[in-house]
Write a protein that binds this ligand. Structure first.
Ligand code: ADP
Ligand code: MG
Length: 310
């Protein structure tokens, strides 16, 4: 996934020493993450997803359980968010220079954007009984917006299978926590101030047993002629998003869903995303950058109880 991971856990009673448990469980986790990459990475030319992307036929292809889960959830999230999340925006992501392709040295022309849009659109992707097909051979599926969250859920699953129920798992900033630290202390997660130059704390959350995912365009962007280009694309326009919202953090029992929702909320912008979060009872923390440079925080109703007061 092109990133790092870290795992903290509190040992449960075991015949093995803590070091033996750690090394054994870590081995299983590495194995599981390699499997996930081999399914869903667009950087691995022979991953299951890459093979689907390269195939030119419209015949339905039977999916592995993992890819089925990822694609089914992508389709659910696209429906829930009115198309803000669209895992077929890949050609546009690449065109703007954020995919496996190289950064282009100019802003794409309207014609290039039109061409790339013809190769995208989640409505051209069909999942039925575990089989996936595409209406147009050049459709390109890019699951990077939920893959880290999925990886986190799968690592948590490995821990659970090994009898570990108190943990914090993190892959590239997407997190899932369960149980407590030693002495029944709750896990606390610091949300960064959305500044690319320094790391300072904006807010502390006590997420309970939940995934915590943050999407923001303050780290992953490029600048050309003084303008900032986000790595998140609005599927409705084919352009990088461009509004005051700079970071969104979402809690959900599934880190995969939290991951997808945080990116979706960035696409939707503050007003629409807040309305959706309140309608669906989703805990969400929004940070906007005001014209005077200050940051403004707002929470959905469901987020209130997770805000740490100290
Ligand atoms: P963030 O942490 O900012 O949410 P993610 O890596 O989770 O970033 O998701 C952003 C990635 O998803 C982009 O790099 C791009 O590959 C892809 N992407 C960009 N826009 C969209 C979109 N509207 N829907 C789905 N995926 C997108
Ligand atoms: Mg995301």
């Amino acid at each position: 996934m092109g990133t790092t991971y870290s795992i903290s856990y509190y040992p449960t009673n075991s015949e093995m020493s803590d070091d033996e448990v750690t090394s054994d469980v870590h081995q299983q986790i590495k194995q599981r993450l390699l499997e996930v990459n081999q399914v869903a990475s667009t950087y691995i030319p022979d991953s299951e997803l890459s093979l689907f992307n390269q195939s030119l036929g419209d015949e339905p292809v039977a999916l592995s359980e993992d890819l089925n889960t990822l694609v089914a959830e992508s389709i659910n999230l696209a429906e829930l968010t009115g198309g803000a999340l669209d895992v077929t925006v890949g050609p546009l992501v690449n065109l703007w220079g954020f995919g496996p392709d190289k950064v282009p040295n100019k802003t794409p022309s309207p014609e290039e954007i039109t061409q790339a849009r013809a190769r995208s659109g989640i409505s051209k992707l069909h999942l039925q009984n575990g089989k996936l097909s595409k209406e147009t051979p050049l459709l390109y599926v890019d699951l990077s917006t939920i893959a880290k969250g999925f990886g986190v859920d799968e690592v948590a699953e490995v821990l659970e299978q090994n009898g570990i129920h108190h943990y914090l798992v993190e892959i590239g900033g997407e997190i899932r926590v369960k149980g407590t630290k030693a002495h029944a202390e709750p896990w606390r997660v610091a949300i960064e101030k959305p500044i690319s130059t320094v790391q300072t704390v904006q807010r502390i959350l006590q997420p309970g047993n939940n995934g915590v995912a943050t999407s923001g365009d303050y780290r992953n962007f490029f600048e050309r002629d003084g303008k900032r280009y986000s790595h998140i694309i609005d599927p409705k326009t084919g352009q990088p998003i461009n509004h005051r919202l700079v970071s969104v953090t979402v809690l959900h029992p599934s880190c995969m869903i939290a991951d997808g929702l945080s990116t979706s909320f960035m696409v939707l912008g503050h007003e629409k995303a807040m309305a959706l979060a309140n309608k669906e009872n989703i805990p969400a923390l929004f940070i906007e950058k005001l014209p005077d440079g200050r940051f403004k925080e707002t929470f959905s109703e469901a987020m209130q109880r997770y805000i740490s007061r100290n």
